[in-house]
Design a protein around this ligand. Structure first.
Ligand SMILES: Nc1nc2c(c(=O)[nH]1)N[C@H]1C(S)=C(S)[C@@H](COP(=O)(O)O)O[C@H]1N2
Ligand SMILES: [Mo]
Length: 454
């Protein structure tokens, strides 16, 4: 069978009844990392349709994507329960079928916009999407197993295997959130079997919460009476929850796990610095929130002095995003500062300046797009592309075994930050000799220094 036929069908059966999902080819995405796969939706994805098409939906995987055989796959429900369960996909699907539309946004969406910058995938706007998720209530599964008194947390584990010596991706959510009727175990996305890269055959849906809680390729659910202390709970995905000095280190014990999303809106029809002709223009984008839906979206075309309501798209769901548009005829050729601001039903809105945090989570500052409204002149010549530079042998040999160069080249880090990054890589299995370390820090901090974003 041709690969294209396989991917169009997305789900296929080998001889002997093995049922696996094919990875869906993605369309025009911004590549943040090739191995593991991390891809970002470009701005036009916000405008394409209310539900983000699967071939436009961002992917964030800490480890390489596993291939799971649905026929052999089982879900374990264990820990502080009266009767531990082992469920096949067919058994799971006998529970009541539930469907909801929800935004899924990575906690790190917008990390690339922080100043000063920090290590991590440099997402800008598009590690977010809006999909219809179908599955069963996690609460129904937990009730079947009979959670015991004292249960405080539910820990998820998936079929993905850690790269190098990085810890396994295991995340937990509070027991009360697990019992929320909107917390699902989904086997379908936009009416199709869950695609391989989005967690086939089963993933967790935690509407209103950041993506790190939405475990993919789910294989085990553990009900706990103590807090799990693995890396991705006690070190990763934590936020100080209060102002800290930009660029400072904060001990993870002084931070809290990332939970609810921030109310946020995006201008997707125009990019910062764009020239537009002085005529009727439509500004467009999307806005989303957490457990409290969007109440309003406002636009300013004068740098935040006057705000006027945008028109909201008719498609709405409690946890879904709202598309918005705003008709604007610039009064005269000039340089305009266009901004968008959302508010939710709880009264939360977006800040005018972004509070900084060490890992760059929860970016939701009011977005500002400068538009040069002008009668078009001669287009400027395109700047010459930077000549490709060869990757030195020491980087190729020490760094490119586990992931590609794009994970490295997008960073904007000081010498100290590069030193820390290389030490982190050593903890995760990179073999760096003291001599190499000097050479690596030297090269990386000169080639990819801290610099303002272009
Ligand atoms: N098993 C597993 N689940 C995971 C991850 C992972 O690396 N492994 N990444 C998480 C993160 S950080 C995010 S933002 C979402 C991304 O979901 P998507 O790739 O379907 O967009 O999946 C979450 N679930
Ligand atoms: Mo994420």
């Amino acid at each position: 069978m041709h690969r294209s036929t396989l991917s169009r069908r997305r789900l296929f059966r080998f001889a002997a009844g093995t049922l696996v999902a094919a990875a869906a080819p993605k369309r025009g995405m911004i590549v943040r990392s090739t191995r593991a796969e991390d891809v970002e939706m470009p701005l036009e994805g916000f405008l394409e349709s209310y539900l983000t098409p699967i071939d436009r939906f961002f992917v964030r995987s800490h480890h390489y994507v596993p291939t799971v055989d649905a026929a052999a796959w089982r879900l374990q429900v264990k820990g502080k329960v009266a009767s531990p369960l082992t469920l096949s996909l067919d058994e799971l699907k006998k529970l009541p079928r539930v469907e909801l539309v929800s935004v899924l946004e990575c906690a790190g969406n917008g990390r690339g916009l922080y100043e000063p910058s920090m290590a991590g995938l440099q997402w800008t706007y598009g590690s977010v999407g809006n999909a219809r998720w179908t599955g069963v209530r996690l609460a129904d599964v937990l009730k079947k197993a009979g959670p015991q008194t004292g249960a405080i947390e539910v820990l998820f584990d998936g079929a993905d295997v850690a790269v190098g010596t990085q810890p396994e991706f295991q995340r937990g959510i509070p027991f009360a959130k697990a019992m929320d009727p909107n917390t699902l175990l989904a086997y379908e996305m936009n009416g199709e079997p869950l695609p391989q890269e989005h967690g086939f055959p089963l993933r967790v849906i935690v509407p209103g919460w950041a993506g790190d809680s939405w475990a993919k390729w789910l294989t085990s659910i553990e009900v706990r009476d103590t807090e799990f202390d693995g890396f991705f709970m006690k070190t990763g995905y934590r936020h100080p929850g209060k102002p800290v000095a930009p660029g400072s280190a904060v001990d993870p014990s002084q931070m809290k796990p990332v939970t609810s999303l921030q109310v946020k809106s995006i201008i997707a029809s125009h990019v910062d610095g764009e020239s537009v002709i002085p005529a009727a223009t439509k500004l467009r984008g999307a806005a989303w929130s957490n457990e409290s839906p969007i109440a309003s979206v406002e636009v300013s075309t004068d740098g935040g002095r006057i705000w006027k309501p945008a028109r909201l798209g008719k498609d709405a769901a409690r946890f879904g995003w709202r598309q918005w548009e705003f008709d604007w005829t610039p009064p005269q050729p000039a340089y305009y500062s266009v901004m968008v601001r959302a508010r939710n039903t709880a009264g939360e809105t977006q800040p005018m300046t972004q509070e900084w945090n060490p890992s760059g989570y929860g970016h939701n500052v009011v977005q500002e797009v400068h538009l040069n409204v002008a009668v078009p002149g001669k287009p400027l010549p395109k700047p010459a592309a930077e000549p490709a530079q060869e990757v030195p042998a020491v980087v190729r040999q020490t760094c490119l075994g586990c992931h590609g160069e794009e994970a490295i080249s997008q960073q904007r880090l000081s010498r100290t930050q590069w030193e820390r990054e290389i030490e982190k890589m050593q903890r995760w299995g990179a073999r760096v000799t003291p001599d190499n370390k000097e050479a690596l820090v030297d090269y990386l901090s000169k080639r990819y220094p801290y610099r303002p974003r272009k």
